[in-house]
Design a protein around this ligand. Structure first.
Ligand code: KIV
Length: 275
């Protein structure tokens, strides 16, 4: 791409995503660093700097220990690597639940310090007023309903939602509430397929599925999952690569080369200056 063409690339906005309801499917992946964001940028509509960074990059057991500072640092890195995709930053556990004022303050900090275009909040019933408050003060919010990973301690694990009548009714009520509160789209995670399908049919904003339904208006995956960087692949993930094996065999080959002095070769070393 020429420098001129690069300069004229316009970043997608929350309104662009909002306008894709029942249209061309919305493509999204998570990213946490500059090179990965740059690689995926031409292919995705929005990049989520997910709090899954805690597990994917920092080796944490779940997303609970992830901090606002971590999200800001990774958000800045992803913004530097991307130019076209909307970048959405996940608000970490504890940064928005206390009050709508706390949520506003921290969301503003995230948007100012990263330059990202929107934030994502895990939004159970308790978050409806907060989302309305944020949207009413010009903060674009991507809601996250269904399985909420930040509730892992309270729920004692990760459980698929919408498998019985009570849970299905709750998911549908959450979806309608987020629609009405003004979220520009909603991630629907870990929800039984028929319920995810019903949610998509009932709300006016795009639904972005993960472990949900092909009928959602878009799909998102954790980049480390789809590239095959973890040894386990959840049922809802399709592996598009086997990076783990590729990286392992590259490390093996490098170690072997160094041990038998096959690396560096003459092409990798600098000669003396010829005057
Ligand atoms: O943190 C994350 O990566 C997410 C996606 C799984 C939607 O919330």
């Amino acid at each position: 791409m020429s420098a001129q063409a690069q300069a004229s690339v316009k970043r997608l906005t929350p309104l662009d995503i909002r306008s894709r309801k029942s249209a061309e499917p919305i493509v999204s992946l998570t990213a946490y660093d500059t090179p990965m964001a740059a690689l995926m940028d031409p292919y995705v509509d929005f990049i989520l700097v997910g709090d899954s960074v805690g597990m994917a990059v920092h080796g944490l057991p779940n997303t609970v220990p992830v901090t606002l500072e971590m999200m800001i640092l990774h958000g800045q890195a992803v913004m530097r690597g991307s130019r076209r995709a909307l970048v959405v930053i996940d608000m970490p556990f504890g940064s928005y639940e206390r009050s709508k004022e706390q949520a506003f303050e921290n969301c503003v900090r995230v948007l100012k310090e990263t330059g990202a275009g929107a934030v994502k909040l895990e939004t159970g019933e308790a978050m409806v007023e907060t989302v309305r408050y944020l949207v009413g003060r010009d903060i674009p919010v991507l809601a996250h309903i269904g399985l909420r990973p930040q509730a892992v301690l309270a729920e004692g694990g990760f459980r698929t939602k919408g498998r019985d009548a009570t849970s299905s009714a709750r998911v549908l009520a959450e979806a309608r509430a987020m629609d009405e509160a003004g979220a520009f789209a909603m991630v629907v995670e870990g929800v039984a397929e028929p319920v995810a399908c019903e949610v998509t049919g009932q709300v006016c904003v795009p639904t972005i599925g993960i472990g949900a339904s092909a009928t959602c208006d878009g799909q998102i995956l954790v980049v480390h999952d789809m590239l095959g960087l973890f040894d386990q692949t959840p049922k809802f993930v399709k592996r598009y690569s086997d990076f783990r094996e590729q990286a392992r065999s590259a490390f093996e080959a490098y170690a072997e080369d160094v041990r038998r002095r096959a690396f560096p070769g003459s092409e990798h070393v600098y000669g003396a200056k010829t005057i």
